[in-house]
Design a protein around this ligand. Structure first.
Ligand code: ADP
Ligand code: MG
Length: 711
């Protein structure tokens, strides 16, 4: 006898209606087992349960009708190869036209006298009411006849699958259409045993009023009679509530297990704090810390004193002063005889950190090195040898530091700046090299609370919301390109007052060359025609490293007044005298990216301005993005809006960033469920069901969520 688990794991090739060819097709789109199929949920539902008479149809409303085909045909249009297929049906109350564009095969689908069901939205045209591209289904002859033979019984079931009820709509994938999936799911559910093992512990189900897995799997595909299509489309039906909870609960169990595992890890030794160390830190500090900075440092140092490796994320908006916090942590590590690796996402940033930190550590006894992709052969080998020998206390570099075979004598702390993709994989790579350093990840992309629970569910988080004193929020305005002359006048005033300006160009991959040309021409134009009395420089990603450094350095020293740049200045670069930023084609940038860019100004005592130039007309989302920026400078609020506009997947990218593959839950819509699931997971893993649950999650988590396993 087959067990329930076997039934779900059984290969789709044994499913009725699936031959070897289809099985291969399905496998190509990631559907191998019955479970894969049943957990590929409808994206929405349509109420095709109520049929309307043709005479009762109203424009603007979606409806199902049953009728008889009276005529059909392909009609050419003025555009060659562009054809319209027309279908005319009638019922006892009237007739209705339906059209489809460019689907000539429909000519073979419909025949006179067939009975068909159409579902779609009605529009009023010169020809009267019509449906454009409706869902259709040809009913087998005799379908209304209740005395069907066995053979036709199947056909009946199929008819009720697609019409005459609330119908699940699936996303088409590969060759699998919504209709086909409906049929396969129907067969799969028929074959499934009456009861299934349920990974959700019974007490939780009872307490939260969740239905069992077997019922949920059936009802989510074929909603029971009394269901309301509105509830289903809002993902609030009992079946959906249960499946969403299941998904989040299992996901959170994995995160909790992962966190427990890392808490069981031990570093060779932890730091200790003494009065001398406190004194040495005070000597290095160039200014009074904000209270958020103090709090963050205290949290970090507490972690470093503990026996298990630190795994902490420091979130703080651009300009909130993360560097000094990191440096304090570095100092504590170095005073304890550890080496420190400080990693930045780009070479420019690594160099800038190097310069800042070297200045701050000038009077200390610590030795530091810079190691990036462009550090040349001999220098590189020397630096590496000295790191291995332990005579460098701190190395600043790009993320390549982790990938390269860089050996340390005793790496105690890894600081990773502006990187939210550093995660489990990199940590695993370090572990594999026998390193268990404390890890501090810093990001200026504030992570909305919802996502923090998800992507960083196994990290500790410190947040700095406060800005160093004396900052004036940058004033932001959006203007159509046609008003650029006013903007140039404004820039000139700022330059006359001794300030500097950035003009930013987008660099989109597909049109990189064109954009680069535009940026180059713009730089010439600004120099010759607009700001002849000032010096204009150009900076872009295609330039050699030395050239970039030269330009950036000269701009920082005030030798250039206007810097025309592609987005290479996006992160970290610090020129406090720059008070204006003009972003060309602002509509092409993402919200978070614009916010990062804007963070390049407003870093000094002067009032700063950010001008977003856009090309009209703006798309709806373009307008919302620009509005968000003119409304607020609060990075957390911007991140929330960005998330709402783009959705979590795009906000973060996937996989390495720790974004799970979700099949039914939605991080935004269902964030409360995620919080509930978190609480329940923590409790369940301490309760009597813990062993079974742990085994289940260990076995399935990696595959289910597309993430690195929980060990
Ligand atoms: P980010 O968080 O974006 O990395 P930085 O560490 O680069 O910010 O700091 C931005 C600027 O603010 C730097 O010029 C830094 O010296 C300055 N700064 C940081 N903390 C303070 C503070 N407590 N008081 C005054 N200036 C500060
Ligand atoms: Mg920074």
């Amino acid at each position: 006898m087959k067990t329930a688990a076997d039934a779900l794991q059984s290969s789709l090739q044994y499913l009725k209606g699936v031959g070897p060819r289809r099985a291969a097709d399905l496998e190509r789109v990631g559907l191998r087992t019955v479970e894969d199929l049943l957990y590929r949920f409808p994206v929405r539902y349509e109420d095709r349960g109520t049929f309307h008479t043709i005479a009762s149809l109203r424009p603007g409303v979606a409806a199902s009708v049953v009728g008889e085909v009276v005529g059909s045909g392909l009609r050419p249009t003025r555009r060659p190869r562009f054809k319209i297929f027309e279908l005319l049906i009638r019922d006892r109350t009237g007739s209705l036209r339906a059209i489809w564009f460019n689907q000539p095969f429909l000519n073979d689908v419909f025949k006179p006298h067939q009975r068909v069901v159409l579902f779609g939205k009605l529009e009023l045209t010169a020809h009267g009411l019509q449906m454009q591209s409706p869902q259709y289904e040809v009913l087998p002859a005799g379908v209304e006849d209740t005395d069907a033979t066995d053979d036709e019984g199947d056909v009946h079931a199929e008819a009720r699958m697609h019409t005459g009820r609330i119908v699940p709509i699936y996303e088409k994938t590969g060759t699998l259409t919504a209709k086909m999936q409906r049929v396969l799911v129907h067969h799969a559910l028929e074959q499934l045993p009456g009861a299934l093992d349920d990974p959700l512990p019974a007490p939780i189900r009872g307490r939260l009023g969740l239905i069992d897995r077997r019922t949920a799997l059936h009802d989510v595909h074929f909603p029971p009679e009394q269901s309301r299509v509105e509830d289903l489309n809002a993902f609030r039906s009992p079946a959906q509530r249960r499946l969403i909870f299941e998904e989040f609960f299992l996901f959170q169990c994995g995160l909790v297990l992962r966190k427990r595992r890392s808490e069981a890890e031990r570093k060779p030794r932890s730091v200790v704090i003494s009065d001398e160390i406190r004194e040495s830190a005070r000597r290095v500090l160039p200014f009074r810390l904000t209270s958020d900075q103090k709090k963050a440092i205290a949290e970090i140092v507490d972690d470093m004193k503990r026996p298990q490796p630190m795994n902490r994320l420091l979130q703080g908006d651009v300009g909130s002063g993360k560097t000094i916090v990191a440096l304090m942590a570095a100092l504590v590590a170095m005073e304890n005889g550890f080496q420190v690796a400080f990693m930045a996402p780009t070479e420019i940033l690594a160099e800038q950190h190097f310069i800042t930190i070297r200045r701050l550590l000038e009077r200390s006894r610590f030795r530091m090195a810079l190691l990036t992709g462009t550090t040349a052969g001999k220098k590189r080998r020397e630096t590496q040898a000295e790191l291995a020998g332990g005579s460098y206390n701190l190395v600043v570099g790009t993320h390549a530091l982790l990938e390269d075979p860089v050996a340390f004598r005793e790496l105690g702390l890894a600081i990773i700046d502006e990187q939210h993709r550093f995660g489990v994989m990199q940590r695993a790579a370090m572990r594999a090299k026998g390193m268990h350093p404390d890890v501090l990840v810093m990001t200026a992309t504030p992570i909305p609370r919802t996502l923090a629970l998800t992507t960083y569910g196994d990290l500790d988080v410190s947040v700095m919301r406060e800005m160093p004193p004396g900052r004036k929020p940058t004033r932001t305005i959006a203007k159509p390109e046609s008003r650029r002359d006013e903007i140039y006048d404004f820039i000139r005033q700022q330059l006359d007052a001794g300030r500097q300006a950035y003009v930013i160009y987008p660099l989109v991959e597909e049109s990189e060359k064109v954009d680069l040309k535009a940026a180059t021409e713009m730089s010439d134009h600004l120099q010759q025609d607009i700001f002849p009395a000032y010096r204009v420089a150009l900076l872009h990603g295609r330039m050699k490293q030395e050239a970039k450094d030269r330009v950036m350095g000269a701009f920082a020293r005030g030798e250039f007044h206007v810097l025309v740049s592609t987005t290479v200045v996006e992160v970290g670069v610090d020129v406090p005298n720059a008070s204006v930023m003009v972003v060309e084609h602002a509509e092409r940038f993402g919200l978070s990216q614009l916010h990062q860019l804007r963070g390049r100004v407003g870093r000094g005592p002067h009032q700063s301005y950010c001008v977003l130039l856009y090309q009209s007309p703006l798309s709806e989302s373009g307008r919302e993005r620009l509005k968000a920026l003119t409304d607020t400078t609060d990075g957390f609020e911007i991140a929330e809006r960005d998330l709402a506009l783009r959705g979590p997947g795009d906000f973060f990218g996937t996989r390495q960033s720790g974004m799970p593959t979700l099949r039914v839950g939605d991080l935004l819509r269902d964030h409360q469920v995620m919080e509930e699931a978190r609480r329940e997971a923590v409790a369940a893993l301490d309760g009597p069901d813990a062993p079974a649950l742990t085994a289940f999650v260990r076995a399935s988590w990696e595959q289910r969520f597309g993430l690195v396993g929980v060990g």
